[in-house]
Design a protein around this ligand. Structure first.
Ligand SMILES: CC(C)(COP(=O)(O)OP(=O)(O)OC[C@H]1O[C@@H](n2cnc3c(N)ncnc32)[C@H](O)[C@@H]1OP(=O)(O)O)[C@@H](O)C(=O)NCCC(=O)NCCS
Length: 170
């Protein structure tokens, strides 16, 4: 594992959105709008939104993740870290925190889609135990591209949390 930035992870609040949108716009060709994030805040029983905050007094957002949890499934919908702090373990910490919270809500498997060309994200997810399950042809726009569907099995979900969350108990 590479170096790990000292961050704290917290639930996203609407006051974080200005910073989140700067990261979102710098990260995706089809970024989520403010309204889409706001609709997630209203989707309370399902939506799990976390931010990684720099250590210090001000609320400085370094990255975020948005997931849905329904029944026993967690779906990662959006994940990005600030371009100037990438490769310091922030996305890894965000995804593990979301999985730990999702597990406590009942999730036992996790799913996501990633652009076929997005090697950084694919490698991140693979390093956490997600495995490729299928390809969705021409799923994305701008540019048109296949999606790789990845799944974290229940066994790998538990193994990851046992290995990465201090004091984790099933
Ligand atoms: C993908 C993304 C979220 C990774 O964030 P990050 O904070 O840099 O990731 P981490 O530092 O936690 O990396 C963890 C692991 O992921 C893999 N990884 C991350 N970035 C990588 C890169 N540029 N090249 C190769 N592997 C990479 C590595 O295995 C890395 O572990 P290592 O540093 O010990 O080798 C970030 O690059 C990003 O925001 N990209 C744009 C938005 C995006 O693609 N989101 C995902 C949509 S599915």
């Amino acid at each position: 594992m590479g170096k790990t930035a000292a961050i704290t992870i917290d639930r996203m609040v609407t006051e974080d959105l200005d910073q989140v949108l700067v990261i979102e716009n710098a990260s995706f060709t089809m970024p989520w709008s403010r309204n889409l994030f706001l609709s997630e805040f209203r989707n309370k029983p399902v939506s799990l939104m976390l931010v990684a905050l720099a250590e210090g007094a001000a609320r400085e957002v370094m990255g975020y993740v948005v997931c849905w949890v329904f029944v026993d499934e967690l779906h990662v919908l959006d994940l990005a870290t600030r371009p100037d702090v990438r490769r310091s373990g922030i996305a890894r910490q965000l995804v593990i925190a979301a999985l730990a919270m999702g597990y406590s809500w009942g999730a036992r498997k996790a799913f996501l889609e990633v652009r076929e060309s997005n090697r950084p994200a694919f490698k991140l997810y693979a390093s956490l135990g997600f495995a490729q399950t299928q390809i969705r042809e021409e799923y994305y726009d701008q540019p048109i591209e296949n999606a790789v569907v990845m799944m974290l099995s229940t066994d790998r979900f538990r193994a990851l949390l046992s290995a990465s969350v201090e004091g984790w108990k099933m």
